[in-house]
Design a protein around this ligand. Sequence first.
Ligand SMILES: *Cc1c(COP(=O)(O)O)cnc(C)c1O
Length: 442
Amino acid sequence: MSAPRPVGKNTEAWFAKARELLPGGVSSPVRAFGAVGGTPPVIRSAQGAYVTDVDGNSYLDFVGSWGPLILGHAQPQVVTAISEAARRGTSYGAPSQVEIELAAEVVASYPGLEQVRFVSSGTEAVMSAIRLARGATGRDIIVKFSGCYHGHMDALLVAAGSGLVTFGTPSSAGVPAGYTDLTRVLPLDDEEALNRLFAAEGDQIAAVIIEPVPANNGLLLQRPEFLAALRQITSQHGSLLIFDEVISGFRLGPGGAAEHYGITPDLATFGKVIGGGMPVGAFAGPRAIMEQLAPMGRVYQAGTLSGNPVAMAAGLATLRFLKANDGWQQLEARGQYLEQLLTDSLAHSPVPASLVRLGSIFWIAWYADTPPRTAEAIAKETGPFYAHVFHGLLTRGVALAPSAYEVGFISLAHTHEDIEQLATTLTSVLADLRTPSPSGVN
Ligand SMILES: *Cc1c(COP(=O)(O)O)cnc(C)c1O
């Protein structure tokens, strides 16, 4: 059975200390294993496709630091870029060559962009893009979708109201109701709800923000027609369309989901891959909108470490490596291989399961014969079942994310053999779960 693996002595000791000093023992909540139980490995080092804990146990890693590490851990060119940049100084508080070079890569890669502002996280990118959208349109209302995550800015920490009510209510303590009054929440995959909202409030909507590839609540791939409807209705009403490409940007391809679907947003937000494992976010758009930012315009936005030269160097090295080595085609080929092998593995599952994949992003929808397209369509039994799968894999040295709702990532460090190892391990975990046992899910 898939009981949590025995926790190593050092991990046990370090995580006990962590719990004393850091709330929940972590610096970001999902890392705490709250959704699957057990103690997270405390990591000592990482290399290629593997992470190693403080007891010396190595795990084949499909988390990839939750998305950034598209080349794998400690990729040599990225490490060299970082150390060379650090030797030239870690922060200048002034324009630098490397941020201009990275901005040029972003603008050349992604449709419709002319200017970029760099920040230090995805959250900051979204927060600033929302302020810019409001400043540029002179309107206040922001529309988001249930099942999309955009970081932790107050106005977007909202849950959908019940039924047809689209008013957001805060989903976190510490967010005053007044901060979410101007946020509307819609279901994904639903043109009717979208049309209804625009009919009622279209002239007050500053922006619609969406993960064009929703990948923070399962992988809820959207119908292209739905994304096209968003483009059309926002243009009609003079609202901006913001693609939050913090996961999909530079992961699906140089032009992210915009290129994949052939739909150009008004603003795009980036994070994760764009920083090559360092803290970087960015938001970008046409000059006419971007120049409303200070110092050109009246929308204030700033950052002491924004455009940090060490972080910029890591991002630039990552994008250049992907471009020079057919990175995205390679990832697609590995993604296809993973899809084929995991689909076979899932035939051994005691419950119906569907593999969902786009490029190097994958997710397994449990209790599902077909991939869900909305948050509401994900089966409620998913969490407890996944906890067994997760610990079964981890015990055997394979790390997926510690939550049923998080996606997996393939990097260029994952070989065909690594993908085969994931598949054979998953098959044996699922075969074990099929065997009725007192502690099993059957
Ligand atoms: C991770 C993520 C964010 C937040 O980025 P942070 O760097 O964690 O602040 C925002 N939007 C999406 C789509 C994300 O996946």
